[in-house]
Design a protein around this ligand. Structure first.
Ligand SMILES: Cc1cc2nc3c(=O)[nH]c(=O)nc-3n(C[C@H](O)[C@H](O)[C@H](O)COP(=O)(O)OP(=O)(O)OC[C@H]3O[C@@H](n4cnc5c(N)ncnc54)[C@H](O)[C@@H]3O)c2cc1C
Length: 466
């Protein structure tokens, strides 16, 4: 019997671990490990795990049609994982364990402990790279190191891709006889999920087929205008595939393949959308090259050492609730609180607002995002926050401080996004919806800071000792 350990790779297609384990018809059991306390420690959003659970329900049917059993191992933290898997391996007389790598440090340490214990009892453990198109360590500078800047990384990444031309894997081989599965529904209602708004989950249908259709629809109908539309939050101009990439219901290679199939010649190589997928790869490669980032250390400690985070509790609280009095910031935060997702342009705006204008440590913002994002992803989230705070690889220069009003006027010119999430402002003329403090007569808060003074304070902070 072979075992496949699924984590954030809940799919049957293009799943290297599953595909390899099924290469011969020896019988395969898939299992998942539930560690709710660990997830809470990692600030994972209940919504994200609810999506994961829903996808798992769908996956169970697909697996059973391939005669593959699904087992659920429930525990508290990663510390209990090795023993629990070892027990399952003994029970099923397992010869091989397959899994797709996860790159943050805790997960890599967990996997090392599991492999040590299993190999001790004669089980061969085989890791695969299913979460990335190009594995870490394969896109390197002339000197063999990791790139610190995105553009040369993305150029080199394209070259490595063209040399290898990886293709998504197909359906794994069906196994000879049906294997018992655990019953899923009840045990997956762990306490972490009780705060989940089930209605929000309706926005995010699961199932590999549905997710793939979403990908194909985006590539067919929207990818060609992505470059022009992707910065305007009132327009449905981006793919919204991030939650599915985060739980692995979809692989990045499937995204790239869909793009290639859709575009003639080599046009896909210059696609702006592909560039965003490469950003995702960049942040994962960085995490492996600089393990300290997994300990929430900045890529550029010399910049962060200049800053004394003010961490004003009232300001942070107002930001979290979407009550700063800056309409675009507040509308964005309401979008996050109500849907579990936020438009990329606005993630940059609210992160800049929190770190630079309020002087709050980026780690607090990153943790709040993780607790609410349905697409919470450690590498991309930390990359985005370090970028905004100017302490990351290829980050925004320290003097780049988004002016919320100007961002709002430029990217939500008719105030449509603002009015969607702050309906009180519908009564305010569109042009005035961007102003700090707009709509106080309708119950909106006064601005919690003076933009110019806050900007000056941030510049002073960042320039200290600089
Ligand atoms: C402060 C901050 C925090 C972020 N936190 C997360 C997070 O927790 N999870 C997450 O998936 N993304 C995060 N991002 C990146 C980005 O905002 C989202 O990936 C994007 O908004 C998802 O929407 P989409 O699927 O429509 O993206 P599209 O524009 O359609 O892009 C396609 C895919 O490319 C990837 N991608 C796009 N932009 C980026 C980027 N800047 N960095 C890395 N990958 C990218 C995503 O997987 C996305 O689904 C963050 C960005 C910032 C600035």
């Amino acid at each position: 019997m072979k075992l496949v350990w699924l984590r954030n790779d809940l799919r049957v297609l293009d799943n290297p671990a599953l595909y390899s384990a099924c290469d011969a018809q020896q019988g395969v059991t898939v299992f998942v490990t539930l560690c709710p306390q660990q997830w809470e420690l990692h600030d994972d959003a209940p919504l994200r795990w609810a999506l994961w659970r829903n996808q798992l329900y769908q996956l169970k049917h697909q697996l059973s049609s391939l005669n593959i059993g699904l087992r659920v191992l429930t525990m508290h933290t990663y510390l209990e994982v090795p023993d629990s898997i070892a027990k399952l391996a003994t029970e099923l007389n397992v010869t091989e364990l397959h899994f797709n790598y996860e790159y943050p440090l805790n997960e890599r340490q967990r996997d090392r402990s599991v492999c040590q214990q299993l190999e001790h009892q004669g089980v061969t453990c085989i890791g695969h790279h299913g979460e990335l198109i190009i594995p870490p360590g394969q896109v390197v500078t002339g000197q063999g190191g990791m790139f610190k800047v995105f553009t040369p990384f993305s150029r080199a990444w394209r070259q490595v891709y063209l040399n290898k031309l990886p293709e998504p894997l197909g359906m794994p081989l069906a196994q000879p006889a049906a294997i018992d599965s655990d019953v899923l529904p009840k045990e997956l209602n762990w306490s972490l999920l009780t705060s989940t708004n089930e209605q929000v989950l309706n926005l995010w249908p699961v199932g590999e087929e549905a997710v793939h259709q979403r990908l194909v629809d985006f590539v067919d109908q929207q990818e060609s205008t992505y470059k022009q539309q992707r910065d305007f939050p009132a327009i449905n101009g981006t793919s919204k595939l991030s939650p599915y990439l985060a739980i692995g219901a979809l692989s990045p290679l499937q995204c790239l393949q869909a793009l290639k199939v859709n575009q003639a010649g080599d046009d896909w190589l210059g696609s702006t959308w592909l560039n965003e997928i490469i950003w995702r790869e960049f942040y994962r490669h960085l995490l492996v090259a600089w393990p300290n980032m997994s300990r929430l250390e900045p890529f550029r400690p010399e910049v962060e050492s200049r800053i004394t985070w003010r961490n004003n509790a009232e300001g942070f609280d107002a930001w979290c609730r979407g009550e700063t009095g800056f309409p675009i910031v507040d509308a964005a935060m309401k979008q996050l609180l109500n849907t579990g997702w936020m438009h990329n342009r606005l993630r940059m705006v609210v992160a800049s607002f929190l770190t630079k204008l309020l002087g709050v440590d980026w780690r607090l913002g990153a943790a709040f995002f993780m607790r609410h994002l349905i697409d919470g992803d450690f590498a991309s989230n930390m990359g985005g926050w370090q970028w905004a705070a100017s302490v990351g690889a290829d980050a925004a220069p320290y003097f780049r401080i988004f002016n919320p009003q100007l961002q709002s006027e430029k990217f939500d010119p008719d105030g449509v996004f603002i009015a969607t999430w702050l309906p009180e402002l519908t009564a305010v003329p569109a042009k005035k919806r961007h102003l700090p403090g707009a709509g106080q007569e309708y119950g909106r808060p006064a601005p919690i800071i003076d933009y110019k003074a806050a900007r000056k304070a941030a510049l002073d902070d960042y320039q200290q000792h600089g």
